[in-house]
Design a protein around this ligand. Structure first.
Ligand code: ATP
Ligand code: F1X
Length: 306
């Protein structure tokens, strides 16, 4: 079974407007409310690929009810820990004709008793399970919380996927995650360097492998992705043609597509293909993509061995 953990789920309030003017009243031309948070997005796309999974994490308040309800409506298995105080956050995603701006909320305080409940859920995982840790760690939890969770399941051979930024990602590498998915900007930031060529990316991708990551998937937005696979092969994928509606969740969809592709075929090339199709399908859609939208793009993905 695949378990996703979203420590700080959100309602993504996705709006369109022609222009965003700071210091003025701005009015939107379209608005949508979606259940969000990186782990939750991974769960939604896994579900589209027919891969059974369970979404874990903390929810609270009326916003938490919306998140849980909308996942249930889509047939996604959830086992969220409900906090008695506070509200799951609302993240505003503003798409204008030129930019995408995001304002992400803080989220509720998570008391120690509730953290213990999450550890009890992790106690049940075995070597047949995959644990996906995705998204930021809320301010009320310690920065090393992902490391703590990985340490907790370490002896049981659980496959762990981590999609997080900077130190959160670097610090988990000693626990040998099965997959990490930084984007090219995050790699540059992690190592404090400027990346201008594919060779640069490969150099730092290999550094992440040397530090412990088993598979490193580097996404590059509209420029596709590179996979440095555990078997030593390196692959590059293109992106299909399409109009970007809202790229929020594209990275999470790529992670989910990769996991689904690997579960189905045990082949890294196929996993990258399904990951790339899933990422682009979400970029071309207002919400995270549907199975039909993803399948329509799979044939356009060209995976090349470097
Ligand atoms: N503009 C785009 N056109 C086509 N495909 C895209 C575009 N942006 C993203 N994708 C697809 O989604 C994948 C992941 O995108 P990206 O590199 O933006 O991830 P990310 O930075 O983690 O995204 P996010 O944080 O917005 O979820 C890309 O490798 C590509 O396959
Ligand atoms: O604040 P975090 O946890 O870093 O990111 C949260 C978030 O921006 O990530 C998802 C897209 O990747 C959205 O659904 C959600 O709003």
């Amino acid at each position: 079974m695949i378990y996703t953990v979203t420590l700080n789920p959100s309602i993504d309030y996705v709006v369109n407007m022609e222009q965003l003017v700071e210091g003025m009243v701005n009015r939107v031309s379209t608005e949508h409310f979606y259940a969000g948070g990186k782990g939750i997005n991974v769960s939604q796309i896994l579900n589209q690929h027919g891969i059974s999974n369970r979404a874990l994490g903390f929810i609270s308040g009326f916003t938490g009810n919306f998140i849980e309800g909308s996942l249930k409506e889509k047939g996604i298995d959830t086992d969220f820990i409900r906090l008695s105080e506070g509200y799951s956050r609302i993240n505003m995603k503003i798409k204008t004709t030129t930019d995408e701006t995001e304002i992400n909320g803080m989220g509720p305080h998570i008391p120690k008793t509730e953290i213990d409940k999450l550890y009890r859920q992790l106690d049940l995982l075995t070597a047949d399970d995959t644990l996906v840790l995705a998204g930021s760690i809320p301010a009320t939890l310690p920065d090393d919380f992902y490391e703590k969770m990985m340490e907790h399941v370490q002896d049981r051979g659980v496959k762990v996927v981590v999609d997080a930024t900077k130190n959160l990602l670097l610090n988990v590498l000693t626990y040998r995650p099965f997959l990490i998915k930084p984007n090219h900007h995050e790699i540059a930031e992690m190592f404090g360097v400027t990346i201008s060529t594919t060779e640069d990316l490969l150099q730092y991708g290999n550094r992440l492998k040397d530090m412990g990551a088993r598979n490193v998937l580097i996404s590059m937005g509209g420029d596709g992705a590179i996979l440095l696979a555990e078997n030593g092969e390196v692959y590059r994928s293109n992106v299909p043609k399409g109009v970007v509606k809202n790229s929020v969740g594209a990275g999470d969809s790529m992670v989910a597509g990769f996991i689904a592709g690997y579960e189905k075929t045990q082949c890294y090339e196929q996993a990258l293909r399904l990951g790339a199709a899933s990422g682009s399908a979400t970029a071309f859609s207002s919400d995270v993509a549907t199975a039909e939208e993803i399948l329509a793009l799979v044939k356009e993905i060209v995976v090349q061995k470097l």
